[in-house]
Ligand binder design. Structure first.
Ligand SMILES: C[S@@+](CC[C@H](N)C(=O)[O-])C[C@H]1O[C@@H](n2cnc3c(N)ncnc32)[C@H](O)[C@@H]1O
Length: 378
């Protein structure tokens, strides 16, 4: 991004429903949701509500994006919460509890597509709820005090609020030269990211501490890494690493080599993602206070595209395009804000060519780690 634009003004997943959209390229996060569903279910069962307060409950999905994942998360929460309420209230003549769901994301999220599909989704669901959209960063307050009963945030907290200032200082030790992400870079750059990630998570928790009622549930699923893993990515030599770091760096280098951008322009772009380990998360929760961790689990997610990759690879061009679409679904909006549309298209054309030529990596099965945490507001 140019330095006058804040990340939160431009960050979003690619909207719409075409081949580059997040809605069409969110199989990875969908697999993470499926894997964390049993833990989410038991997290909601651990909610502590008194009889009187269970007639109108409020749920928030922070970093909801748009697409099937958005609705499947909310459907799970609503269904399990209704079941739990039946257990608490017993069979009574009272009217059904009313549930209100807040879909929240940064303002640049494609809320139009979300709202357009909402009516159909809510009406086709047997678990009806009232819905509202809440634009804003989850690193700030989004709701009044003591308002929410269940807060979930799925595959979103690995996104930082900003690139650490130190990493933007040209010529410094923390200037991330030659790369667009922190995998394999100098320790100082990773440390700057780790500091930012810690500050952000504490900030996130402090806001939720205000907003969630006592006894309410906070469920966080985020890209992470197990304790003791120094590398940001799980399988060091994996296709996943290759797609988000190696191929990206090569495509940016192509733009530099072709004289389309200066090296410095490339060096000034960084992907604002940090994968925390379990200690980093537990420590932030501990320092914030106000939450009791019910459970924290490292989930190993097998890339659901493993089989599809093999099929696509029979036609390298379409494989390259498919990989480029997948990466664009998450990164195109922030790259476009930095490079403009023309250079962004050129970058991803180079990316698709690089991916089409990368058949040695296709043979690798890839996995990644997510960390799921369920906590109760105490
Ligand atoms: C990978 S998507 C996950 C979407 C969805 N929850 C899922 O499970 O598929 C991450 C989402 O987090 C949102 N996000 C990132 N930083 C955010 C912030 N500071 N505040 C609110 N949302 C944010 C992004 O805009 C994006 O929609």
């Amino acid at each position: 991004m140019d330095s006058s634009r804040r990340l939160e003004d431009v960050l979003s997943m690619q909207g719409g429903e075409d081949d580059v959209s997040y809605a069409k390229n969110s199989h990875g996060p969908a697999a993470a949701l499926a894997s964390s569903k049993p833990m989410l279910t038991s997290a909601i069962h651990s909610i502590k509500l008194t009889k009187g307060c269970s007639s109108h409950l409020k749920i928030a999905d922070l970093g909801c994006a748009v697409g099937d994942n958005t609705f499947s998360t909310v459907d799970t929460v609503v269904e399990v919460l209704r079941h739990k309420l039946t257990l608490i209230n017993g069979k009574s003549d009272q009217p059904e509890p009313e549930l209100e769901v807040f879909f929240s994301d940064l303002p640049s999220n494609d809320f139009n597509t979300l709202f357009r599909s909402l009516e159909e989704k809510v009406n086709s669901s047997s678990q009806k709820y009232f819905a509202a959209g809440v634009p804003g960063s989850f690193y700030r307050r989004l709701f009044p005090k003591g308002e929410l009963h269940v807060v979930v945030t799925m595959s979103a907290l690995q996104w930082l609020s900003q690139i650490p200032e130190k990493v933007m200082e040209k010529g410094s030790k923390t200037w991330n030269k030659g790369r667009v992400w922190i995998q394999g870079t100098e320790g100082e750059v990773v440390e700057a990211y780790a500091e930012q990630a810690d500050k952000d998570l504490v900030q996130f928790l402090q806001c939720r501490k205000e907003e969630i009622v006592e006894g309410g549930v906070l469920f966080m699923l985020m890209g992470g890494r197990p304790s003791g893993l120094v590398s940001q990515v799980s399988d060091h030599d994996s296709r996943l690493k290759y797609l988000f770091t190696t191929l990206m760096d090569q495509a940016w280098q192509d733009l530099v080599d072709e004289g389309l951008i200066e090296e410095e322009k490339r060096d000034g772009f960084n992907i604002p993602v940090y994968l925390r380990n379990t200690e980093e998360i537990a420590s932030a929760i501990d320092r914030c206070g106000g939450f009791k961790i019910e459970k924290m689990e490292v989930l190993k997610i097998t890339d659901p595209m493993n089989v599809k990759h093999q099929e696509l690879m029979r036609d390298p061009q379409s494989y390259g395009r498919a990989m480029s679409n997948m990466v664009q679904a998450g990164l195109k909006p922030i790259i476009e804000a930095y490079l403009g549309p023309d250079l962004t298209r050129k970058l991803f054309d180079r990316y698709a060519i690089r991916a089409a030529a990368s058949n040695e990596f296709i043979k690798k099965f890839s996995f990644y780690y997510m960390i799921a945490v369920s906590a109760i507001r105490v």
